[in-house]
Ligand binder design. Structure first.
Ligand SMILES: Nc1ncnc2c1ncn2[C@@H]1O[C@H](COP(=O)(O)OP(=O)(O)OP(=O)(O)O)[C@@H](O)[C@H]1O
Length: 238
């Protein structure tokens, strides 16, 4: 179980996260829905280490605090982040990017099998192993970013807006791959503005507004929740 307890985060005088308490069980897929600036990216950064939380906050993995763990050690704990903007190495090839992802100790055994699984998930990458990542399309780069994160053998994979700026057909392809990742038992914490597709893959979701959690429910219930309809789906039932 990965959870946050009263997680608060401040940028100067601006309190971006207020007492956020969320949880993701082993193998569960959870989406955080919220408008621009709600604090979704900040939440993932506070869990993954680069953003420093306020006193009184906590992040727990299997009931043990991991708050304050250096960002480069977070993958060792079994948590991987695919950041907004993807964070891939453009001047390296697909294969080199994937191999860099296998750096944590927990990733050393099973590396070959995991590498094969990623090429099976994303056949486009298998066709382009030696291509420099900067020459690839946005969708392909997102596949590299997800593949690299999976190479670290995560228990929990956090994704910040994986569909951002991608054509609908590529988004469908990515989410089909994420469905298969979910079937392998990896827990997914997804931040998305594409509400329909993210609810279609999720078990549960949280609604975030101005740095606070303002709602929580099963994905099924959220699909017809008037607040979600109003805020994200244009008012009409999807
Ligand atoms: N490094 C930073 N320094 C100062 N303020 C920041 C910083 N990062 C984010 N913020 C502010 O914190 C708030 C939450 O930002 P955040 O990026 O977490 O929101 P978000 O929900 O992910 O939005 P988006 O969907 O637009 O990415 C915003 O008001 C933003 O301007």
């Amino acid at each position: 179980m990965l959870e946050t307890q009263n997680l608060s985060l401040r940028y100067g005088r601006h309190l971006a996260l207020h007492d956020i308490s969320i949880r993701i069980a082993e193998g569960e897929t959870v989406v955080i829905l919220g408008a621009n600036g709600a604090g979704k990216s900040s939440l993932l950064k506070a869990i993954a280490g680069p953003a420093k939380a306020e006193m009184g906050s906590n992040v727990l993995l299997d009931s043990k605090s991991i708050l304050g763990t250096k960002p480069h050690l977070i993958p060792e704990a079994g948590i991987a982040l695919v950041p907004e903007g993807r964070g891939v190495f453009g001047d390296l090839s697909v294969e080199e990017n994937l191999l860099l992802g296998a750096n944590p100790k927990r990733a050393r055994s099973g590396e070959t099998e995991r590498n094969a699984l990623i090429y099976d998930l994303f056949p486009r990458l298998a066709e382009r192993k030696s291509q420099l990542v900067r020459t690839m399309s946005g969708g392909e780069q997102q596949m590299v970013a997800i593949g690299r994160a999976l190479m670290s053998n995560p228990r929990f994979l956090m994704l910040d807006e994986p569909s951002l700026g991608l054509a609908p057909i590529v988004v469908t392809e990515l989410f089909n791959a994420l469905r298969r990742v979910k079937e392998t038992g990896v827990g997914l914490l997804l931040v998305e503005q594409n509400v329909s597709i993210s609810l279609s893959i999720s078990d549960r979701g949280y609604l975030m507004e101005a740095g606070r959690i303002v709602g929580e429910n099963s994905a099924e219930a959220l699909k017809t929740d008037p607040a979600v309809q109003q805020a994200f789906l244009g008012g009409a039932a999807a």
